[in-house]
Design a protein around this ligand. Sequence first.
Ligand SMILES: Cc1cc2nc3c(=O)[nH]c(=O)nc-3n(C[C@H](O)[C@H](O)[C@H](O)COP(=O)(O)OP(=O)(O)OC[C@H]3O[C@@H](n4cnc5c(N)ncnc54)[C@H](O)[C@@H]3O)c2cc1C
Length: 187
Amino acid sequence: MPTHAWMTDDHRAFADTVKRFLSEEFQPNRDTWKEAGMIPKDFWRKAGDLGILGATVPEEHGGLGLSYGFDVVTFLEQGRIGDSGWGFSVHNIATHYIAAYGTEQQRARWLPKLASGEMVAAIAMTEPGTGSDLQAVKTTAIANGNEYCLNGSKTFITNGASADLIVTVAKTDPKSRSKGVSLMVVE
Ligand SMILES: Cc1cc2nc3c(=O)[nH]c(=O)nc-3n(C[C@H](O)[C@H](O)[C@H](O)COP(=O)(O)OP(=O)(O)OC[C@H]3O[C@@H](n4cnc5c(N)ncnc54)[C@H](O)[C@@H]3O)c2cc1C
């Protein structure tokens, strides 16, 4: 098996697990799921059961508490089979947003479900009229008492059709450019 200088025996053992999982659970279904444009929730849950989704989620929130290299192992194994259809990378980024920037209440509410695959995450940045220049997003999230009213359109969202948790880029202060942009977590 190809390896890298930074990999330990633990990374290689984890890579074997991911490789077997993709070979047995993903490859046989790949064409069908591509046709359907969707990865079934059951597949996410199996990845969660094996510790693939929660490898770097803190142990107190249902993960394995490992270093980021273990997530990289999964990306490498996806690359090895030429897969860009399973949106693990986006799920992983959203999970790390919550772990790094969420409140303790948000971490406790969402991280265990993101680690187990009970929840699939997406990130909604791109809009029909806004790509690279995220300061120009038109979606707004306007505070109204104890809630926000979120209004706008998004496109090209990986996991968008199956996501349970969508980290959405919106303007909370439409008069400001970069300073008025926020990440709203939509369950
Ligand atoms: C497979 C796939 C999955 C995606 N998943 C997601 C997702 O999960 N969530 C999400 O929010 N979006 C997603 N996107 C959208 C993607 O992030 C956008 O396509 C991207 O932000 C670029 O926007 P755009 O296509 O409008 O191109 P534009 O922003 O219009 O850019 C067009 C071209 O101009 C260049 N360019 C832009 N600005 C500048 C500049 N200032 N200087 C020089 N060159 C510049 C760009 O490099 C590019 O070559 C996905 C796209 C694809 C193809």
